[in-house]
Write a protein of this length. Sequence first.
Length: 466
Amino acid sequence: MTWTKLPLAGIIFHLLAIAITEPVQYCRFGHPDGEIDFCMGIIMHRNSTTDSHDLYLSMTVARSSALGWTAIGTGGEMAGSLMFIVYGDPKSGESPILSIRTADGHHQPRLVTPEDMGGADLRVLQADWMPAGSGAGLVQRSASPPAGPSGADYIAKLSVVCYACPRWPAAPIDALSPSQPWIWAWNDNQELDVFSFDAALAMHKHHAGNGGWGNFYVDMARSTSDAARRPSLPPLRPGVAQLGTSNTPIGSAGYLSSLRTKPLVVLHGCVMGAAFLFLFPLGVLLMRSGRANAFKLHWMFQLVSTAVMAIGVISGTVMSRERGFSTTHQWLGLFVALAVPVQGILGWRHHLAFIQIWRRTWISHVHIWMGRLVILVGWGNVLSGMILVGHGTAGLAGMSSLITSEAIALCMWLWIASRRAVSAPKGKADSGPATAWKRPGAEPYFAIEGSVDEDSDEDRGDIEKS
Ligand code: HEM
Ligand SMILES: *[C@@H]1O[C@H](CO)[C@@H](O)[C@H](O)[C@H]1NC(C)=O
């Protein structure tokens, strides 16, 4: 038998390849909410004749009328995408149209020509309307075909094979990518007067997130098969929204490659991460550093941190205008954005009062506790932001442990600083204007090591200057 001659590694590799070959599928069940409703599944099949991969695509589109069109396409944006656009009248007796197009920019897509294909080749294998199932458990419409699970009356069933599809030159189609970007788009109201392959299509709604278009990501590698025979068409499991696919980039490699397409998200994340993971905590640490100029360091540092955060607030606001304001992340972000400037004012008011009466006021306590809260909420928002943009468990676990270690370190620092301040020599503190804050029970202003004089040097300096 031939397989006995195969090296062991080859056998193991082959078994692994079979084991990890799984059809992948991505569905959006939007019909009940008046949104896009489709399913797509793929298999990437290694073709030894062409030494490339053939893309087998199954697609269903749920609809109840002849209005509009539904499309999916390879790539993260319209330009260079290989698009599969579906439209037609389910009641006409004609098959649904599967129009395969591409776009040179954000223009009306045009039909793909053989010259566009760069050696890849397309065959439509199936394009049929089906009545949409029995709709078990769902209220039946009065109109004849029973409504399917999604409430739609008809399902367009389509399948297509794209031979040597990675040769498509306009934008990468990567058979081994764990996170190949795709786009979906639809228009739900255009009345097409002729259902031809080159029918002029009206625009989808603008902006991602308003239901007009969006991205999804496919683990192409997971779907890859190198069996010798042609694969059967990718099955679509009913009711399963995602199998080896995601609304967000998959894995860290997928995440990295998507960063380039989302500069605002990257800016927002980096800037907010820097502010809340490093800058603000460092400013707190400086306040309790025991240095004579601790106060000055603190406010100057927090002012810089606030400026850095402002960049994040602006980028966050721009993104919120695009996608709406609804998540906890945004509400907590709004709280932090408003609280930080208030912190500045409180810290300053505290200082003005302190150099007069040498005691903490309620303002001081609000500043301290709100400051701690703001940093905690900021950390929480770093995590929730990571969840929003689709980081996996590994990334979240890493960030959580960074935050935990930082929290422990900061607590220990503050605790040691307060111990230092309490055990500071009290002799000189009994006289002079600063006594009040060293009375038993009163908390210290600064974490100071030496005498009151050393501590108040800095503050007196401030007074003299002002
Ligand atoms: C920009 C102007 C700011 C000034 C003038 C200022 C001033 C001060 C002062 C004087 C204290 C000591 C209070 C005391 O021990 O009684 C303090 C503590 C503190 N500040 Fe600020 N601050 C400013 C901004 C901020 C910001 C923006 C944050 C947080 C995001 C912050 C967080 C804190 C925290 C957490 C403490 C307490 C440290 C501890 O836990 O012991 N500060 N600040
Ligand atoms: C390999 O690709 C060619 C077209 O380029 C196709 O005719 C053939 O059926 C494919 N082979 C298999 C095993 O799928």
